[in-house]
Design a protein around this ligand. Sequence first.
Ligand code: HEC
Length: 160
Amino acid sequence: MYRIRSLALTLGTLALVAGCGGDDRPDGEARPDGSAAASGPSFTAFELEHGVGPITSEVTLAPVDAEKAARGQEVFEFNCEACHMLDERFVGPPLGRVLERRSAAFVMNFILNPEQMAREHPEGQKLLAEYPLVMPFQNISEDEARAIVEYLRTVMESEP
Ligand code: HEC
């Protein structure tokens, strides 16, 4: 039941994304440090590694918090499974082992700021070339994004 609702939601979002024509990025958008992007956006070393968005420092990972992981699984099943599988390519890349190639902060910034990540960040642009759809923002809170990271850690631990 959840799956069906979430799929319907996604199809709605897809229509919306297609409707925008995919070109709503204002040119020369001001950078967080106040400078204007003259020839495309430039990113700090932190942003290149951990993504651009609300997460601006590294996320420290303690031993897995099972309760948080369970919450993350719920959010993942409702908001992400329509496009992501754990171990196979789907609308988007498989996420079961994403934490092997990306930091927790990168994954959270991708969830919280997917449009800028896909359109402007070098890693996002590479993904966009391979998966030609800009991932929509799903109204996920920072806490929920952190819980999804916790869930993805348990996925990796259960399939070493
Ligand atoms: C409508 C489809 C769609 C939904 C829903 C969606 N994504 Fe995505 N996601 C994508 C696509 C397509 C990409 C590839 C990059 C791009 O074009 O944005 C992507 C990329 C990503 C990446 C980067 C992967 C990498 O290899 O670095 C992460 C992380 C991610 N998604 C997490 C999530 C999570 C978590 C959710 C649920 C909260 C979610 N996505 C919901 C389509 C989706």
